[in-house]
Design a protein around this ligand. Structure first.
Ligand SMILES: NC(=O)c1ccc[n+]([C@@H]2O[C@H](COP(=O)([O-])OP(=O)(O)OC[C@H]3O[C@@H](n4cnc5c(N)ncnc54)[C@H](O)[C@@H]3O)[C@@H](O)[C@H]2O)c1
Length: 319
């Protein structure tokens, strides 16, 4: 039976991916996470471990022994564990680089030693920096933050391990992901919902006209699954992933407001604050390559995705 290692598998994207793989495959899943951000309860809320399809190692992706143990017998690797906060990366670039570069290198080395057949890296739109939109795989990267730089280094090592050792690697540049199990996240969707439920008035940094490509975890999980199972043209592949739809932060706020109002929750108008350094103004992506090569097709539109994410928060969130 196929076995896959999910690093960072107690985090937001990780737990949603584990849930998707339980439903869409018969694979067994090994999870490694140091629980610095993710929650073990997210995993236990989706599976009771009774049929032993999931195993868990609490460990650090920078530690050879921890990764060896978690990867034992795995056919594939999905490397999600990372420092993910742009602002923290500006304040603490060494911490960001340590986990995102050295951690990735350690997981790649172990994947090579253990003879795994495919390695999927979670990258981001952050390596690209400010670009004419929509972005695609041909744009020349120019990161605005250390986080963008460390994610770009991860892509570089995936390409290098394919080129030097023939390891089959795929880097997926996620746009802004939202969905359930995002209680601990500081990204726009989770933050706005938490602030409103806590009775605070959210601050939109900048004019509110800045745009993002908000993509639901179900669609990201679909793309990861396809990246592990499809025949691919080259042994290093890079895909831009999102929905292809541009939404401004002000529009997002209105959608959140609409669905919270439908649940009888009052929503204040957001305050507009100063723009944050290192953040991209406009961002959405061209997903045509992922559609053509992977057969990727996002199925959750923003209204449906926000409605179900709000439902998850209403059922699970307590401040
Ligand atoms: N959420 C998004 O919008 C988004 C966008 C682009 C890219 N990504 C990428 O997707 C991946 C997953 O992000 P997420 O949003 O689920 O973040 P997350 O913080 O929820 O998940 C990351 C997980 O990695 C774990 N982790 C951190 N350092 C570790 C270490 N040294 N060893 C072991 N585990 C460690 C954390 O505890 C956490 O559970 C990351 O690589 C991130 O850069 C996310």
């Amino acid at each position: 039976m196929t076995k896959v290692l999910v690093t960072g598998g107690c985090g937001f994207v990780g737990t949603n991916l584990v849930s998707y793989l339980l439903d869409h495959s018969n694979w067994s899943i090994s999870v490694i996470d140091d629980l610095s951000e993710g929650k073990f309860e997210y995993l236990t809320s989706i599976d009771n471990f009774d049929d032993k399809r999931i195993s868990f190692v609490q460990g650090d992706v920078r530690e050879e022994e921890d990764v060896e143990k978690a990867m034992d017998g795995c056919d594939h690797v999905v490397h999600l564990a990372a420092k993910t906060d742009v602002i923290s990366s500006i304040n603490n670039p060494f911490d960001d680089a340590d986990v995102n570069i050295m951690g990735t290198l350690n997981v790649l080395e172990t994947a090579l030693r253990q003879g795994t057949t495919r390695f999927v890296l979670a990258s981001s739109a952050a390596p690209l920096g400010e670009q004419e939109q929509p972005v695609n795989e041909l744009k020349v990267p120019s990161p605005l933050s250390p986080y963008g730089a460390s994610k770009l280094a991860g892509e570089g090592y995936c390409s290098a391990y394919a080129g030097s050792h023939g390891l089959n690697t795929v880097a997926l540049r996620f746009s802004n992901v939202y969905g359930p199990n995002s209680w601990h996240k500081g990204s726009a969707v989770a933050l706005f919902i938490k602030q409103i439920l806590d009775g605070h008035t959210p601050i939109i940094f900048g004019s509110g006209e800045q745009t993002r490509d908000f993509v639901h975890t179900e669609d990201i999980s679909q793309a990861i699954h396809l990246s592990l199972t499809r025949e691919l043209p080259a042994n290093y592949e890079l895909f831009q992933l999102g929905t292809g739809v541009e939404t401004s932060v002000d529009q997002l706020y209105s959608i959140i407001k609409k669905y919270l109002n439908q649940n009888d929750i009052d929503v204040p108008d957001a305050i507009h604050g100063e723009e944050r350094p290192g953040e991209i103004f406009k961002s959405f992506c061209d997903i045509s390559r992922a559609s053509k090569v992977l057969g990727y097709e996002p199925v959750i539109d923003i209204e449906e995705g926000i409605a179900s994410t709000i439902q998850w928060f209403l059922e699970n969130y307590s401040s």
